[in-house]
Design a protein around this ligand. Sequence first.
Ligand code: PMP
Length: 448
Amino acid sequence: ERMVEIRQQNCNPMTMKVTYYKKPVFIHQGHMQWLWDVDGRRYLDLFAGVATVSVGHCHPKVTAAAEKQLRRLWHTTNIYVHPPLHEYCEKLASYFPDPLKVIYLTNSGSEANDLAMLMARLHTGNFDIITFRGSYHGGSPQTMGLTSNAAYKYPIANGLGCTNTMCPDVFRGPWGGSHCRDSPVQTIRECSCAQGHCMANDQYIGQLKETFDTSVPSRIAAFFAEPIQGVGGAVQYPKTYLKEAYKLVRERGGLCIADEVQTGFGRTGSHFWGFQGHDVIPDMVTMAKGIGNGYPMGAVVTTPEIAASFAKGVHFNTFGGNPVACAIASSVLDTIKEDGAQQISLNVGTYLMTELAKLRDKYEIIGDVRGKGLQIGVEMVKDKASRHPLPPEAMSEIFEDMKDMGVLIGKGGVYGQVMALAPCRSVLFSWRVVATLQATTSQVRFHT
Ligand code: PMP
C-alpha cells in the first residue's frame, strides 16, 4: 500500500524532491549495466547511480566478496585493526605515487572532503579555500560551502548553505566548455590558442592570481579541484592549467586537493586517477562513489607529513573502514583490473564521444560534447550561435523520452543543460545508446 501511495506522487520518496521524471521510476533490481523497475521494465543505465557503480550492478565477484565478509565480521570500531582494513589500505596505497601513502576511510565523498578541509587547515594554519565555479564537493554543511553550484545550496543564515566564516572563495575558473583537451572531438567553442600557447589558460590563471591578490592574500589553506568537473557538466580545464595553478597555490603555502569522487578508479580511461591526466601530484586526494561499486564508502589519501599534523587530535569515525566496505572495495580494485574496466572506459568512451560528436555536428541543439573516458557531458543549447542553455522543460522532455526508450542518463551543468553519461564499465551496447540519442534529439528538435 505504501508503495502504491508513493508511486502516485511526483517525487522521490527518499528525499521528497521532484525527480527528473514525471513519475518516479521504481528500480528494484540491477545486473551489470541493466536496471529493472518494479513492473519488470528493463533500462540501460548510463548514469550508474551518479558515476558510482564502477564495474556493474551486483557484479558477481564483488557480491561474493561482500557475502563472504558478511558471514565473518560486520563491524568493529577503529580502535582495532582487522584484516580487510589492512589488506585494502595496502592495496589502495599501491595505486598512488609517493608520498601519497596515508589513508583515512570515510563513508561518503562529502565526509572525505570535510576531512581534507580540516587536515589542510590544521597543516597550513590557514583558513581560506578556493574552489571553482560550477564545482560540487558535497552536501554536508562544510562541503556545501565548497560546492559553488547554487542549485545545491540552501538560503540559510549568513550565506548560501554555509556561514561566511566557512564559505570558501569560489573562484570563477573554467566553466561551460572545454578548451585544450586531448579528447578525440572538437568543441564548438574553439580554443583560441596560438600554437603552444593557450589564451584560455592565460585568462584563467590571471583570474586565479587576481583571486589571490584580492581575496586571500597569503592565507590559503587549500585549492580544491575535480580533475574533470562532474556535476558541473564534464567541464575540463586547459591542458596546463592545473599544473600552473598548483604551482601558484603552493607558492602561497596552500595545499592542492584533487577531488576524485567522480574521476577516480579509471573512469577517465587514460589514467587510473584524473590528476594523472594533468601531470600533477596533489597533496591530498579524496574519493568515494566508484570505490565501493555502490556500497557507501569514501577515502582521503595524503602524505605522512600532512597526516602528522592531523595526528595531534583524535579522529574517530564509527563506520569508516568498516570490514564489509573494505572487503567490497578490495574486490572492486581486483575487478577493475580483471575486467579491464579502465580500458573499457577508454574504448567505449572514445567511441561514444566520436559518435556523439557526429550528432553535435548535425543538430543545432547539441552545443558541446566533452569529457574523457566514460565521464561524458552533452551540452544542450537553444542554438549554437548563442549557446544559451536549452530550457528546463525541453531538457525534461529529453529525460522523459530517453527513459521511455529504456535509457537512464544523468543531468549536469549549472543550468541543468548537460546530459551526463557515466555508465558502469561493463559490456555496453554502444550502438543502442547512439541510436537512442539520435532518435531522442530529433524528437526534441521537433518540439522546440
Ligand atoms: N565530490 C564530487 C566531485 C561529487 O560528484 C560528489 C557527489 N556528487 C561529492 C563530492 C559528494 O559525495 P557524496 O554524495 O558521497 O557525499
